[in-house]
Ligand binder design. Structure first.
Ligand SMILES: *Cc1c(COP(=O)(O)O)cnc(C)c1O
Length: 379
């Protein structure tokens, strides 16, 4: 049985990578912030249009260590979204902080900026929104709230690699933004991640955190861990960066194709693309409007696709606040939109090499499921 996955790791030509890693056999300098690490930090800061950038071993550690670098008092509260990959919530909790789950908007699934202020207490120290599926949060309003209440803003920009918002790199929003370069993301370094920010002090703090606080042969200035990116991963990143624009263009074409295939189905909410955002098309989420398709249509489509060897994903189900490890542990806040979206959304396969015939098939299965249900319901 074939296996059509939701994404596929982007890789350079085999010969290109082999050629690129050859110098490592002479130098034997394969990690510890070598020349490729430095080169990739510079190249990514430029590509992402951010003032400063620190490479890390993965996106999760980038987020965890970025939060840590702000030295928030233990037990402080961080206002965040429950509609995200569980990493976002783990990073807060593993720093000894309490997540405060704020509901999202049904329009673009990002944190509802109008509900943030009501959740602020004397213990709140930060807001941690997610540019989910590459939809950029209302950064102006969030920034304004943060200024009024003296809070930090850290964006989980794992889904927004290469995007710009009103002409600026998304990584320049807030006090810091983290990116993931995991194999499943638009741009990968096999495993990897980065934190972007404007403060050079933050760069120094992250440097200590990711490299044991070592500043000299016998000098350790801070308590840190090991979260450095190695040279093989950095070279993979340098190779992949060369074709990322082509990949984005291929993704954009496929998104246009899906939209054309599914247009006119009022039971579906497909992504809406705004003029003030440059998208990089990491995901194609489809929301099955419960009030029009009835309950459970998302799961029906998921199963039907699976029977045909096509693996869509229920990103993100359940909401992270309902995961076994977090349930009933934090402030109980109404998050009806997040639950609704989480129960009805499905991310369809999308990557630069996805065949158009497969997309035809996917669209047919979705349409068939919708039509069958409509007939059953006598609509
Ligand atoms: C992928 C992802 C992460 C974690 O990144 P890794 O590189 O896999 O550690 C964090 N947040 C979101 C929203 C993600 O999608």
């Amino acid at each position: 049985m074939r296996n059509i996955t939701v994404t596929k790791a982007s890789m350079p030509e085999y010969e290109e990578f082999i050629e690129a890693i050859k110098p490592l056999w002479d130098s034997r300098r394969i990690t510890n912030m070598g020349s490729y690490h430095q080169e990739l930090e510079r190249a990514l800061a430029e590509y992402l249009d951010v003032p400063e950038l620190s490479l890390l071993v993965n996106g999760h550690m980038a987020l965890e260590m970025t939060i840590q670098a702000f030295h928030f008092p233990e037990g402080s509260e961080v206002i965040t979204t429950p509609f995200t990959f569980v990493s976002t919530t783990h990073a807060i909790v593993r720093n000894g902080l309490k997540p405060v789950f704020c509901d999202i908007k049904k329009s673009d699934y990002t944190i509802d900026e109008d509900r943030i202020e009501d959740l602020i207490t004397e213990k709140t120290v930060a807001i941690l929104p997610v540019h989910v599926y590459g939809n950029i949060c209302n950064a102006e309003r969030i920034g304004e709230i943060a200024r009024n209440y003296d809070l930090k803003v850290i964006y989980d920009a794992a889904h927004a690699f290469g995007e710009t918002y009103r002409g600026r790199g998304v990584g320049s929003l807030g006090d810091a933004s983290i990116f993931s370069f995991h194999a499943t993301k638009i741009f990968n370094t096999i495993e990897g991640g980065a934190s972007a920010f404007a403060s050079h002090e933050l760069y120094e703090r992250l440097y200590n955190l990711k490299n044991f606080g070592i500043r000299g042969e016998t000098l350790v200035v801070g308590v840190g861990a090991n979260a450095k990116m190695n040279e093989f991963c950095a070279i993979m990143g340098l190779c992949n960066l060369k074709h990322v624009e082509r990949d984005i263009a291929e993704r954009k074409q496929r998104v246009g194709y899906y939209l054309k295939k599914l247009e006119g189905r009022k039971e579906l909410d497909c992504p809406v693309y705004r003029d003030d955002i440059r998208y990089t098309y990491g995901y194609f989420p489809v929301l099955f409007r419960e009030e029009l398709c009835g309950c459970g249509m998302r799961d029906i489509v998921y199963e039907r696709l699976k029977e045909s060897g096509i693996y869509s994903r229920k990103y993100f189900y359940p909401v992270t606040s309902d995961e076994v490890c977090f349930k009933n542990k934090y402030r109980d806040i109404a998050i009806e939109n997040a639950r609704y979206v989480s129960e009805n959304i499905l991310v369809l396969p999308l990557h630069p090499d996805l065949e158009y015939e497969i997309m035809d098939e996917i669209a047919e299965i979705v349409t068939e499921c919708l039509d069958t249900r409509t007939t059953e319901r006598g609509m």
